[in-house]
Design a binder for this molecule. Structure first.
Ligand SMILES: [Zn+2]
Ligand SMILES: [Zn+2]
Length: 192
Protein backbone atom coordinates (compact mmCIF):
# COMPACT_ATOMS: atom_id res chain seq x y z
CA UNK A 1 0.00 0.00 0.00
CA UNK A 2 2.92 2.34 -0.58
CA UNK A 3 0.94 4.21 -3.23
CA UNK A 4 -1.23 5.83 -0.58
CA UNK A 5 1.52 7.91 1.00
CA UNK A 6 0.41 11.52 1.08
CA UNK A 7 2.66 14.09 -0.51
CA UNK A 8 0.31 16.97 0.12
CA UNK A 9 2.29 18.35 3.05
CA UNK A 10 5.01 20.86 2.36
CA UNK A 11 3.77 21.54 -1.16
CA UNK A 12 2.03 24.76 -0.32
CA UNK A 13 5.17 26.87 -0.29
CA UNK A 14 7.16 28.13 -3.25
CA UNK A 15 6.55 26.68 -6.67
CA UNK A 16 7.57 23.09 -6.91
CA UNK A 17 9.45 21.51 -9.75
CA UNK A 18 7.71 20.65 -12.94
CA UNK A 19 5.68 17.54 -13.40
CA UNK A 20 7.99 14.61 -13.97
CA UNK A 21 5.85 12.58 -16.29
CA UNK A 22 3.41 14.05 -18.74
CA UNK A 23 0.13 12.24 -19.08
CA UNK A 24 -0.12 10.59 -22.44
CA UNK A 25 -3.90 10.87 -22.53
CA UNK A 26 -6.35 13.40 -21.21
CA UNK A 27 -7.55 12.72 -17.73
CA UNK A 28 -11.23 11.89 -17.58
CA UNK A 29 -12.86 12.90 -14.32
CA UNK A 30 -15.02 10.20 -12.84
CA UNK A 31 -18.58 11.48 -12.98
CA UNK A 32 -19.64 9.18 -10.15
CA UNK A 33 -16.83 10.33 -7.95
CA UNK A 34 -18.41 11.90 -4.87
CA UNK A 35 -15.51 14.12 -4.01
CA UNK A 36 -15.39 15.47 -7.58
CA UNK A 37 -18.93 16.73 -7.37
CA UNK A 38 -18.28 18.10 -3.90
CA UNK A 39 -15.29 19.98 -5.24
CA UNK A 40 -17.30 21.35 -8.14
CA UNK A 41 -19.70 22.83 -5.62
CA UNK A 42 -16.97 24.65 -3.69
CA UNK A 43 -17.21 28.38 -4.09
CA UNK A 44 -14.69 30.48 -5.98
CA UNK A 45 -15.34 34.03 -4.95
CA UNK A 46 -13.98 37.46 -5.58
CA UNK A 47 -11.98 36.40 -8.61
CA UNK A 48 -11.36 37.87 -12.03
CA UNK A 49 -12.63 35.93 -15.02
CA UNK A 50 -9.18 34.56 -15.83
CA UNK A 51 -8.61 33.10 -12.37
CA UNK A 52 -12.17 31.85 -12.21
CA UNK A 53 -11.55 30.00 -15.49
CA UNK A 54 -8.36 28.49 -14.10
CA UNK A 55 -10.13 27.24 -11.01
CA UNK A 56 -13.04 25.93 -13.06
CA UNK A 57 -10.56 24.11 -15.25
CA UNK A 58 -8.89 22.57 -12.20
CA UNK A 59 -12.26 21.42 -10.94
CA UNK A 60 -13.18 19.91 -14.29
CA UNK A 61 -9.89 18.09 -14.61
CA UNK A 62 -9.94 16.95 -10.97
CA UNK A 63 -6.80 18.94 -10.30
CA UNK A 64 -8.44 21.02 -7.60
CA UNK A 65 -7.00 20.46 -4.17
CA UNK A 66 -9.29 21.86 -1.49
CA UNK A 67 -7.66 23.42 1.53
CA UNK A 68 -7.52 21.17 4.55
CA UNK A 69 -7.03 24.13 6.86
CA UNK A 70 -7.37 27.90 6.47
CA UNK A 71 -4.53 29.55 4.59
CA UNK A 72 -2.71 32.74 5.58
CA UNK A 73 -3.83 35.87 3.80
CA UNK A 74 -0.96 37.75 2.14
CA UNK A 75 -2.38 41.10 3.16
CA UNK A 76 -3.62 40.81 6.74
CA UNK A 77 -1.62 37.65 7.58
CA UNK A 78 -4.64 36.14 9.24
CA UNK A 79 -5.44 32.51 8.68
CA UNK A 80 -8.65 33.45 7.01
CA UNK A 81 -8.56 31.96 3.52
CA UNK A 82 -10.92 29.06 3.15
CA UNK A 83 -10.98 28.78 -0.63
CA UNK A 84 -8.11 26.94 -2.32
CA UNK A 85 -5.84 28.93 -4.66
CA UNK A 86 -6.86 32.25 -3.15
CA UNK A 87 -4.05 34.38 -1.71
CA UNK A 88 -6.21 37.05 -0.13
CA UNK A 89 -8.98 36.58 2.35
CA UNK A 90 -12.39 37.77 1.35
CA UNK A 91 -12.19 40.91 3.49
CA UNK A 92 -8.84 42.03 2.08
CA UNK A 93 -9.84 41.25 -1.51
CA UNK A 94 -13.01 43.28 -1.05
CA UNK A 95 -11.17 46.13 0.64
CA UNK A 96 -8.50 46.35 -2.07
CA UNK A 97 -11.03 45.57 -4.75
CA UNK A 98 -8.70 43.13 -6.50
CA UNK A 99 -8.90 39.53 -7.54
CA UNK A 100 -8.29 37.23 -4.54
CA UNK A 101 -6.00 35.00 -6.59
CA UNK A 102 -3.83 37.08 -8.97
CA UNK A 103 -4.28 40.36 -7.02
CA UNK A 104 -4.03 42.18 -10.34
CA UNK A 105 -7.37 42.38 -12.00
CA UNK A 106 -9.99 44.67 -10.56
CA UNK A 107 -12.62 43.23 -12.88
CA UNK A 108 -14.14 40.95 -10.30
CA UNK A 109 -16.74 38.53 -11.51
CA UNK A 110 -19.70 38.76 -9.21
CA UNK A 111 -20.10 35.28 -7.89
CA UNK A 112 -23.74 34.38 -7.71
CA UNK A 113 -23.12 32.00 -4.81
CA UNK A 114 -25.39 29.43 -6.37
CA UNK A 115 -24.77 25.89 -5.21
CA UNK A 116 -24.11 23.37 -7.98
CA UNK A 117 -27.42 21.62 -7.39
CA UNK A 118 -29.31 24.84 -8.04
CA UNK A 119 -27.32 25.55 -11.18
CA UNK A 120 -28.06 22.05 -12.42
CA UNK A 121 -31.76 22.55 -11.81
CA UNK A 122 -31.71 25.84 -13.67
CA UNK A 123 -29.95 24.19 -16.58
CA UNK A 124 -32.60 21.51 -16.69
CA UNK A 125 -35.33 24.12 -16.61
CA UNK A 126 -33.63 25.92 -19.45
CA UNK A 127 -33.53 22.69 -21.46
CA UNK A 128 -37.20 22.10 -20.84
CA UNK A 129 -37.98 25.63 -21.85
CA UNK A 130 -36.03 25.30 -25.08
CA UNK A 131 -37.70 21.98 -25.82
CA UNK A 132 -41.12 23.58 -25.47
CA UNK A 133 -40.28 26.31 -27.99
CA UNK A 134 -40.71 26.22 -31.70
CA UNK A 135 -37.55 26.26 -33.78
CA UNK A 136 -38.09 29.92 -34.57
CA UNK A 137 -38.67 30.89 -30.95
CA UNK A 138 -35.62 29.01 -29.89
CA UNK A 139 -33.34 30.74 -32.39
CA UNK A 140 -34.61 34.16 -31.45
CA UNK A 141 -34.41 33.36 -27.73
CA UNK A 142 -30.81 32.18 -27.95
CA UNK A 143 -29.84 35.21 -30.00
CA UNK A 144 -31.31 37.56 -27.43
CA UNK A 145 -29.50 35.75 -24.63
CA UNK A 146 -26.24 36.01 -26.55
CA UNK A 147 -26.80 39.74 -26.89
CA UNK A 148 -27.60 40.13 -23.23
CA UNK A 149 -31.16 41.16 -24.06
CA UNK A 150 -32.71 39.50 -21.02
CA UNK A 151 -36.00 41.33 -21.32
CA UNK A 152 -36.45 40.14 -24.88
CA UNK A 153 -35.47 36.61 -24.00
CA UNK A 154 -37.78 36.67 -20.99
CA UNK A 155 -40.64 37.79 -23.21
CA UNK A 156 -40.14 34.85 -25.54
CA UNK A 157 -39.82 32.46 -22.60
CA UNK A 158 -43.08 33.84 -21.23
CA UNK A 159 -44.78 33.34 -24.59
CA UNK A 160 -43.49 29.78 -24.78
CA UNK A 161 -44.75 29.09 -21.28
CA UNK A 162 -48.16 30.60 -22.06
CA UNK A 163 -48.51 28.78 -25.35
CA UNK A 164 -50.76 26.08 -23.93
CA UNK A 165 -53.10 28.69 -22.49
CA UNK A 166 -53.71 30.14 -25.93
CA UNK A 167 -51.67 33.32 -25.39
CA UNK A 168 -49.35 32.50 -28.22
CA UNK A 169 -51.38 33.50 -31.28
CA UNK A 170 -51.73 37.14 -30.18
CA UNK A 171 -48.03 37.54 -30.10
CA UNK A 172 -47.24 35.80 -33.35
CA UNK A 173 -47.24 38.90 -35.57
CA UNK A 174 -44.88 40.84 -33.34
CA UNK A 175 -42.70 37.88 -33.16
CA UNK A 176 -42.22 37.55 -36.91
CA UNK A 177 -40.95 41.13 -37.09
CA UNK A 178 -38.57 40.43 -34.27
CA UNK A 179 -37.06 37.50 -36.06
CA UNK A 180 -36.64 39.43 -39.28
CA UNK A 181 -34.79 42.18 -37.44
CA UNK A 182 -32.46 39.65 -36.00
CA UNK A 183 -31.70 38.13 -39.34
CA UNK A 184 -30.86 41.55 -40.81
CA UNK A 185 -28.34 42.02 -38.05
CA UNK A 186 -26.71 38.79 -38.90
CA UNK A 187 -26.29 39.72 -42.53
CA UNK A 188 -24.70 43.02 -41.53
CA UNK A 189 -22.21 41.18 -39.38
CA UNK A 190 -21.38 38.82 -42.20
CA UNK A 191 -20.57 41.73 -44.54
CA UNK A 192 -17.80 42.99 -42.31
ZN1 LIG B 1 -6.77 39.31 4.74
ZN1 LIG C 1 -7.29 36.99 -11.01
Amino acid sequence: MSGRVSTAKGKTGAQKSRQKYQNTFAFKPDKNNQSASKIAALPAQGLCQKCLDIIDWRKRMSKYKPLTQPKTCLACHGKKIKDAYHVLCRDCACEQNVCAKCRESTEIVISDHKPASQRLREEQEQHQLLASMSERQRRSYLRKIARGDEDGAGKIAQVAADKEDGGWSDFDDDFDEDVEDDEDDEEEEADK
